[in-house]
Structures are given as structure tokens and as C-alpha cells.
Design a protein around this ligand. Structure first.
Ligand SMILES: Nc1nc(=O)c(N)c(NC[C@H](O)[C@H](O)[C@H](O)COP(=O)(O)O)[nH]1
Ligand SMILES: [Zn+2]
Length: 165
């Protein structure tokens, strides 16, 4: 049977377990899903790809690479009903200064592409690095629904902060 919301979030959490612990970020897992056909498009975890990458960023980049285009153009090849499950809400600001995942996700809808239409998140971002994460408001403004899938918060946060002292 196809995975349900909690199934996809559990899959994202299993990805988060793969992330190498680091004091300056959170260990997050994500799954890019074609909700129209219940197909997994890509999985990702923090630091999976080279260059201080985030879980959501890795999903987009891996799917783009599989379609021979750069991540910034991945919206051109995403199926119409693409959604992303991420154990922690997408970042709106990064201490490293790298492009936040909220911007990367909104960018998938540029040029009238459907891109990512929903973000399912396991927890809000703890205010440890950048204060309150205001990304969800930006996602909603861009027409992207943010839905909290509850039930895994404790384990998500334990995994996310395992690299912290
Ligand atoms: N949603 C999300 N997915 C991730 O894969 C990840 N690592 C974070 N973490 C958010 C946190 O705010 C940033 O990790 C810090 O702000 C440091 O920024 P860098 O990660 O070094 O760019 N958040
Ligand atoms: Zn991010």
C-alpha cells in the first residue's frame, strides 16, 4: 500500500539518521514525493551532498541531476503534484549565508511552474541558530501549503540535535 503522511515522515526521519552530527546545524531528513502518483522522487539528508547542504536542498539537487539540469531549474521537471516531507521546517535564514531552502522551494514555482505545492513538516525549527524561523509565512505567501504532521516530534528533535554538545 502507498505510504501515508506518517509513513513518508518516518522515511524522512530515517534519512535524518544518516546525517553526520555537527554542532552548527540540525540533522534533518526529507523526501520529495509525487503526490499524484504516490511516487518517491528523491530522498535527502543534511550534508548528504558536498558543500554544507541541507536535506531539502539535497532532494531538489538529486532530482535535478537525475534530469540533467541545475538545481535552480528543477521546477521545470517536477511533476505537477510535487510535495516535500521534511522532518524540520525549511530554513528561512542560514548562519552560513547559503541560500535558504524556503527560497529554493519557492523558486521551483517560478515561470508559472507548479513546482513544490505543499511542505509537510515534522517540527518547527528550534530557535538555536537564527531565532524564530519565519519561513512558513513566505511559503504560504507563495501559495505553498505548510502542514504539520505530528507524532514524531520527540525523535525528530533528538536526531536533529545529536551533534550538539
Ligand atoms: N530545515 C533544515 N534542514 C537542514 O538540513 C538543516 N541543516 C537545517 N538547519 C537550520 C539551521 O538554521 C542552519 O543549519 C544554521 O543556521 C546553520 O546554517 P548552515 O546549515 O551552516 O547553512 N534546517
Ligand atoms: Zn535549509
Amino acid at each position: 500500500a502507498p505510504l501515508d503522511h506518517i509513513g513518508y515522515m518516518q522515511l524522512a526521519l530515517s534519512e535524518a539518521h544518516e546525517s553526520p552530527p555537527k554542532p552548527s546545524n540540525f540533522r534533518v531528513g526529507a523526501v520529495l514525493v509525487d503526490e499524484g502518483n504516490n511516487k518517491i522522487l528523491a530522498t535527502g539528508f543534511t550534508l548528504e551532498l558536498p558543500g554544507n547542504t541541507h536535506a531539502e536542498q539535497c532532494c531538489l539537487q538529486k532530482f535535478a541531476e537525475r534530469n540533467d539540469i541545475p538545481e535552480e531549474r528543477v521546477g521545470e521537471v517536477l511533476p505537477d503534484k510535487t510535495v516535500i516531507y521534511t522532518t524540520m521546517e525549511p530554513c528561512g535564514l542560514r548562519l552560513s549565508g547559503n541560500m535558504p531552502c524556503v527560497e529554493r522551494i519557492i523558486r521551483t514555482r517560478q515561470g508559472g511552474k507548479k513546482g513544490v505545492s505543499k511542505v509537510y513538516l515534522g517540527v518547527k525549527e528550534p530557535e538555536k541558530f537564527v531565532g524564530e524561523n519565519t519561513g512558513r509565512a513566505k511559503l504560504e505567501e507563495a501559495g505553498i501549503e505548510c502542514i504539520h504532521i505530528s507524532g514524531l516530534e520527540e525523535e525528530i528533535l533528538r536526531v536533529a540535535t545529536a551533534g550538539h554538545e
